[in-house]
Write a protein that binds this ligand. Structure first.
Ligand code: ZN
Length: 87
């Protein structure tokens, strides 16, 4: 069975692939070392989310960054926060 984007996001987080460069109240700026390349991810909270990878729509990189950012804010582990971002 192919890996879901949630599973892949958890794997990326577990591998330490997420680097948050800046996390403010309204914007999160990060890099994710994906399977093939490193993708910059910019999340404007409550507005739009942008990942530079070739996938269209929501991808594992965005989820991984959101989960790491939420973990910093809430202390909840990524496995929990990923369920809450509900993509
Ligand atoms: Zn992506």
């Amino acid at each position: 069975m192919p890996e879901t984007i949630h599973e892949k996001a958890l794997r990326l987080i577990g591998a330490g692939a997420v680097t948050i460069r800046f996390q403010g109240d309204h914007v999160i700026d990060a890099d994710v070392h994906g399977d093939h390349d490193t993708y910059p991810v910019v999340i404007e909270v409550g507005d739009r989310e942008r990942c530079m990878c070739p996938a269209s729509g929501d991808c594992s990189h965005l989820l991984a960054v959101l989960a790491v950012a939420l973990q910093r804010n809430t202390g909840l582990p990524p496995a929990v926060t990923l369920g809450k971002v509900g993509v």
